[in-house]
Ligand binder design. Structure first.
Ligand code: B3K
Ligand code: ZN
Length: 874
């Protein structure tokens, strides 16, 4: 933004005003054409404001053809800066607007665009304004009728929201279809798809006995990869009835998979549009994680039908109202269907490796942000994942019954409305009778709270006192912090590993302590010996812990805690104590050594035949570099990488027989099914292969070449990548030859190539951008190659000569004009860098300044670059 007068303007949550007009219904007609699509929108508009006012409609990248009011051409309007301002209007009128658009040129994939040969739309958050001039805000709820006209041979399927009401043929080889959606909805939930697809049909009978038609559309030739997505949809429909009592409302539910999509999927009413990554899968082409991801995302979009569509957001600052809640629901869905412990561990890994970094970075914001320049920048881990943690804390405080009572009150009160986060918490409070006024601070305060824990045991009095102090460090946008209402779930372990009863004032108390003040003390009685305190069972709050543990205490927790998550977390703490010391040793130029106690712990675990295999896989998987970095105030990229490498290699060479035996046992028992025991076996095998690669690399090659499933092949490739074994090249060549025709499957290969930390990484990544399977236009490809390099190859991305930063800078300049949303996601590892050394920060500032100077800098990047520079230069 060279010209400062043209700087984008921020919007503030506190400025919310109800709309002056509302739109009761809209009838849309699309005459589809790749470069000149005509859209006619006829709306019933009604003034809400008392005084006469102009109607201000949003619109972007549109050619306005005509406006009429009550069937009369209307001249009293002006077009200015993304707005159409219409004057001289009656109180209630019919507004007809004709516009023309160019879907083919739309590479931002917002509004109406082409994915391959098909037309599709993406309207959340503010994409509908690229289709027609409209009140493009979530609190304007209208019913929609959509007529689509297109060439019949090229576009046999013409789809939109709701139920199909009519169709017909036209003389010129074209045909048309009309759709009607009876449920009032905001414009962001509008969708249109036109194309030629393979179709998988199925049906679902709801708890009240209604039959719903289920239709899944995919590119021709992909029908053999659709079964799992359809099965997941039916599971989701059943689950939402059973656990939340919520039934589907329309008679048809459609999902379309497209290759060009900026994010995972979109919950448009009755017509979800999905990134093909979250639909297409069979055992040859997809890993278990892909299958689980599909189940979660299909569930997530389906669950939005109630939490998002039927009850939507009043304004975009309230995004977490639907996203935090829906993520919580999809997490519960995955946990009820699969392993609760493994799901919890994965969620916490994500929070610690990325959400905590967001809180500490230049884009920190509360789960309900106060200030936004580009809304698309706020579909963040904070709004989604921390938002889900906040809902989970409510669930912990109220219990399943209280929580479901709150959900019922919420749905009864607000069905068909656009509401706020406060409305949601109020419903929970009113239904449960629990005072949640303090809890609401979680919505307005950003940052990761830190709990300082102190304990004292009094042998004579048989009392154990626990003092917890809370403190939230200042964040980039918010200096002052207040005490929060934090559920802290604890357990006290006796030295034999048994659980001690919790008693206060001669009454037994819940294991969930409620911390509401800056500091609080609990006194537990009848404790016959010095106990070991297990903090944050099930990760009961998204906080960090400051507490001293001895290795003995951690081993007791790892082996005995009642809560599986807490056992895993004990292991994380044990490893992180060692990592901290090791990083210091590397920095001092000393040699590293792995302690006997650690080796022994891993030995015992690897020989424990009773332990759950999925849990064991997680216990054996050493934290990523990003997770480890979270534990440091100053991040030394190279020292962390060196310490982590040393840890894994030393462990591998200390226990070669154990890892091989376990890997081979898993391979033998694997029935290659998608049953959870088999998924667990394969993830344990994958964890072992990371070690086996150092002692018997030929077994890694065998795991690749002898296995028919993608899960095992990918596990072997990842192990080969990390240990850099000789057999790696043959495996990667084989994969490339088998899959180069299929971009989606090649994404895994690009991602591993880009995170291969051997010398010459950057040059390889640059060369791969010329690979025939790669395309800068496809967001999945860009994320796989460039995103993996920047996020998962720290050594080379953060190279001290600045080459990694320069490379990302170049890519961002290309994407800035082509697809600002993708650019804006990709910039994260360049701006979340305040903990790095001064030399690196200076190199990053250079790149951010180049971007800041761009004439046509998008709003998306403007917001992040400006905040990034501010934090790094403070
Ligand atoms: N609601 C969409 C995300 C839209 C992102 C817009 N930039 C998918 C989801 O969360 O379900
Ligand atoms: Zn969502």
């Amino acid at each position: 933004m060279a010209d400062s007068s043209a700087q984008p303007i921020a919007k503030y949550r506190s400025d919310y005003q109800a709309p002056d007009y509302t739109i009761e219904n809209v009838s849309l007609e699309f005459d589809l054409d790749a470069t000149a699509t005509k859209v006619v929108a006829v709306s019933t508009v009604v003034r809400q404001a008392k005084e006469i006012s102009d109607l201000v409609l949003d619109g972007e990248k549109l050619e306005l053809l005509s406006i009429s009011v009550n069937q009369q051409a209307h001249q009293a309007y002006k077009l200015s800066d993304g707005q159409l301002i219409i004057s001289d209007l009656p109180e209630r009128f019919e507004l007809k607007i004709e516009t023309q658009l160019n879907p083919k040129e739309n590479k931002a994939f917002e509004g109406l665009y082409q994915s391959g040969e098909a037309f599709c739309t993406q309207c959340e958050a503010e994409g509908f304004r690229r289709i027609t001039y409209f009140l493009d805000r979530p609190d304007v709820l209208a019913t929609y009728t959509t007529k689509i006209i297109a060439d019949k041979a090229q576009y046999p399927f013409l789809l939109s929201n709701g139920n199909k009401v009519d169709q017909g043929d036209l003389a010129n080889g074209k045909h048309w279809v009309s759709w009607q959606d009876p449920f009032p909805k905001p414009s962001y939930l509008f969708a249109l798809v036109a194309g030629d697809f393979d179709l998988l049909e199925d049906s679902f009978v709801t708890q009240s006995g209604r039959t719903i038609a289920l239709e899944l559309f995919v590119d021709k030739g992909n029908l053999d990869r659709t079964e799992h997505a359809m099965a997941s949809l039916k599971e989701a429909m059943r689950w939402d009835e059973q656990r939340f009592g919520l039934e589907y409302d329309l008679d048809i539910y459609m999902i379309v998979a497209v290759d060009f999509f900026n994010m995972g999927a979109m919950e448009n009413k009755g017509l979800n549009v999905f990134n093909s990554k979250y639909v297409l899968a069979n055992k040859q082409s997809a890993t278990d994680n892909d299958f689980l991801g599909i189940e979660a995302v299909i569930g997530h979009e389906y669950f939005h039908n109630w939490t998002g569509n039927r009850i939507t957001c009043r304004d975009w600052f309230q995004l977490s109202l639907k996203e935090g809640l829906t993520v919580f629901r999809d997490q519960e869905f995955s946990s009820d269907l699969g392993s609760r412990a493994v799901n919890r561990i994965k969620n916490v890994r994500l929070l610690r490796s990325h959400q905590f970094a967001e809180d500490a970075g230049p884009m920190a914001h509360p789960i309900r942000p106060d200030k936004v320049i580009e809304m698309n920048n706020f579909y963040t881990l904070t709004v989604y994942e921390k938002g889900a943690e906040v809902i989970r804390m409510l669930h912990t405080l109220l219990g399943e019954q209280g929580f479901q009572a709150g959900m019922k009150t919420y749905v009864d009160r607000h069905d068909g409305q656009a509401v706020t986060c406060d409305d949601f918490v109020n419903a929970m409070q009113d239904a449960s009778g629990k005072d949640l006024s303090l809890f609401k601070r979680w919505y307005s305060q950003s940052g990761t709270p830190v709990l300082k824990v102190q304990t004292h045991y009094d042998q004579n009095k048989q009392q154990f006192s626990l003092t917890i102090a809370q403190h939230t460090p200042a964040t980039a946008e918010q200096e002052d912090k207040q005490a929060l209402h934090i559920p802290v779930s604890i357990e006290l372990l006796a030295s034999d590993g048994s659980s001690l009863a919790l008693q206060v004032n001669e009454e037994s108390v819940s294991s969930v302590l409620e911390l509401t003040e800056t500091e609080q003390t609990w006194l537990f009685e009848g404790i016959g010996e010095q106990p070991t305190l297990v903090m944050l069972q099930e990760f009961s709050a998204p906080v960090k812990l400051e507490m001293d543990y001895s290795s003995e205490q951690l081993l007791l927790i790892i082996n005995n805690a009642s809560n599986t998550f807490a056992r895993w977390d004990g292991m994380q703490k044990l490893v992180s104590i060692w990592m901290k010391q090791a990083v210091a040793q590397v920095q001092a130029g000393n040699n590293l050594q792995l302690e006997e106690a650690i080796v022994n712990t891993f030995k015992l675990l690897s020989e424990d035949s009773a332990i759950d295999k999925g849990l064991l896989a997680e216990l054996l998987t050493i934290s990523s570099e990003n997770e480890i970095a979270d534990g440091f105030a100053d991040v030394d990229i190279d020292a962390i990488a060196q310490a982590r490498d040393f840890f894994i290699r030393s462990l591998a060479l200390a226990l070669p027989e154990q890892f091989v035996a376990l890997e081979q046992a898993c391979a033998k028992a694997d029935k290659q099914s998608l049953a959870h025991e088999d998924i667990n076996l394969r993830s344990l095998r994958a964890a072992c292969l990371q070690y086996v690669a150092y002692s018997q690399p030929e077994l890694v090659a065998a795991a690749y070449f002898d296995s028919p499933t993608m899960t095992n092949k990918l596990a072997a490739m990842s192990a080969a990548n990390n240990a850099d074994i000789e057999q790696r090249a043959a495996m990667f060549r084989d994969y490339e030859q088998n899959w180069q025709h299929d971009g989606l499957v090649m994404d895994k290969w690009f991602a591993l190539e880009a995170s291969y930390a051997k010398e010459g990484s950057l040059a390889r990544v640059q060369a791969l951008a010329e690979h025939p399977s790669f395309s800068m236009e496809n967001p999945n490809r860009v994320r796989s190659l460039v995103g993996s390099f920047a996020n998962n190859n720290a050594r080379h991305f953060h190279a001290k000569d600045g080459s990694g930063y320069r490379y990302l800078g170049e890519i961002l300049r290309v994407l800035n004009t082509q697809n600002p949303q993708v650019a804006s996601r990709l910039i994260t590892p360049l701006i979340q860098t305040v903990k790095l050394d001064a030399e690196r920060k200076a190199l990053i500032v250079e790149q951010l300044q180049v971007l800041a100077e761009l004439e046509d800098l998008s709003k998306d990047l403007f917001e992040k670059v400006t905040n990034g520079l501010q934090q790094l230069q403070a």
